[in-house]
Ligand binder design. Sequence first.
Ligand SMILES: *[C@@H]1O[C@H](CO)[C@@H](O)[C@H](O)[C@H]1NC(C)=O
Ligand SMILES: *[C@@H]1O[C@H](CO)[C@@H](O)[C@H](O)[C@H]1NC(C)=O
Ligand SMILES: *[C@@H]1O[C@H](CO)[C@@H](O)[C@H](O)[C@H]1NC(C)=O
Ligand SMILES: *[C@@H]1O[C@H](CO)[C@@H](O)[C@H](O)[C@H]1NC(C)=O
Ligand SMILES: *[C@@H]1O[C@H](CO)[C@@H](O)[C@H](O)[C@H]1NC(C)=O
Ligand SMILES: *[C@@H]1O[C@H](CO)[C@@H](O)[C@H](O)[C@H]1NC(C)=O
Length: 433
Amino acid sequence: MIEHKKRCDLLFQVIQLSNGKNSQQNSSTKVFLVTLSLILISSIPLGLLKSSHSPLPSPKINISSLRSIELDNKCDVFKGKWVPHPQGPYYTNETCRLIIDQHNCMKFGRPDSEFMKWRWKPDDCVLPLFDAAQFLEMVRGKSMAFVGDSVGRNQMQSLLCLLADVAYPEDISDKLSADTNYFKRLFYADYNFTLATFWSPFLVKSRDADPDGHSYNSLMSLYLDEADEAWANEIENFDYVIISAGQWFFRPLLFYNKGQLVGCHKCNGNITSLTRYSAYRMAFRTAFRTLLSLKNYKGTTFLRTFSASHFENGDWDKGGSCARIRPITGQEMKLEEFNMEFYLTQVEELRTAEKEGKTTGLTFQLLNTTEIMWLRPDGHPNSYGHSMNRNATVNDCVHWCLPGPIDTWNEFLLYLMKRDALQRLRAKLMKNA
Ligand SMILES: *[C@@H]1O[C@H](CO)[C@@H](O)[C@H](O)[C@H]1NC(C)=O
Ligand SMILES: *[C@@H]1O[C@H](CO)[C@@H](O)[C@H](O)[C@H]1NC(C)=O
Ligand SMILES: *[C@@H]1O[C@H](CO)[C@@H](O)[C@H](O)[C@H]1NC(C)=O
Ligand SMILES: *[C@@H]1O[C@H](CO)[C@@H](O)[C@H](O)[C@H]1NC(C)=O
Ligand SMILES: *[C@@H]1O[C@H](CO)[C@@H](O)[C@H](O)[C@H]1NC(C)=O
Ligand SMILES: *[C@@H]1O[C@H](CO)[C@@H](O)[C@H](O)[C@H]1NC(C)=O
């Protein structure tokens, strides 16, 4: 009986969580509830369900909708296509006050708006709409960190706007960091939820190495076996960590391992034993190992995969631009091999971490955006974004306009968080059964 009570309490908590006070009963909440019901049915002795003093509302069972959820569970949400969504985006630069100039394409005169009117449609299911109230209920009393470069920050800014529908955070960055442009700390008081960004474009320790100082394309040194302390010293207590790295690996780099120079990228001379792909691999390996080795880290880690740039008619520094106004198909323009190589490399490292995590109870998840975003050359600021260190001669085909296709990353994030919560619940129930 005590065992039963424990299970009931647990389930009750999750149902409350999925059905928060402010939450509208929209379709994604229902999907979650029905999925829970499915777990209930498959894991709880029937007698318990019928028990009159059970605190659970008896689940409403609709056989055909259960079937569709069963299919959903097997669905690969990352396989699909972009479909028109005439309703348009979740927010505008007027309804969300938090869009920074770098992403505020409409403010700087982008004339077309069709790029905001597409949704990702998985082949075998539907990706639920982002539900801000549901997200905030899930993260109540928790914390989330984005670790990476300005594209990681871009996803955090998108999340702020998606949540702005329900709550605005207090910016407490200056209490924790001197460099508040790069290290952000935001607090949602009503939910006791902390959101942070850690600036760490290489994930590992890096230093400027260019005699002419730092610039867009200056030489830097990477210490591939040492995690960047900027995030590694702070991450232990976070519940969700979204990790990514990308474009910074294209600049001239010197690679160090165990303090020895072991290779370089775009450098003169003859240190060539290590390529940028191996360096990228080692950076992720070091980052994941660090998370695995932190004694108090209990969080769920998401790898948000490589986001390729879309410069056409020239490189970024040779007048290249991204002027398309519509998604493409994979046939129209192929993802270059070097982009695929980065993506495959990091996924391999994630798989290794995933395996190791199983033995210590840590979860690693794939936020598989590379190919999906490759189809969206129309989503970048191009000449309609104003960066912090703006160089007017360079178009931005790396970051993403807000609102825009990057909002989809947070639809995936919420979906994966719910799936993770369900898997944990199922595991707990099995253990208690
Ligand atoms: C059961 O679910 C299916 C699929 O979601 C739906 O089309 C149908 O209307 C539902 N039936 C009832 C009685 O709610
Ligand atoms: C990631 O998604 C793409 C389609 O967008 C798919 O082709 C690929 O197999 C997926 N990768 C993994 C590791 O699931
Ligand atoms: C929002 O975009 C419009 C153009 O669509 C622009 O005129 C306006 O200044 C922008 N507002 C803000 C607050 O960025
Ligand atoms: C807020 O959440 C933190 C964990 O993120 C927890 O330690 C703290 O007790 C919570 N505070 C309240 C008032 O619930
Ligand atoms: C290149 O290698 C040769 C032979 O190992 C060495 O003598 C030379 O100093 C190296 N050059 C640079 C720039 O490291
Ligand atoms: C802007 O970019 C051009 C092209 O790469 C470069 O030559 C120039 O030095 C840059 N200017 C600044 C201020 O960074």
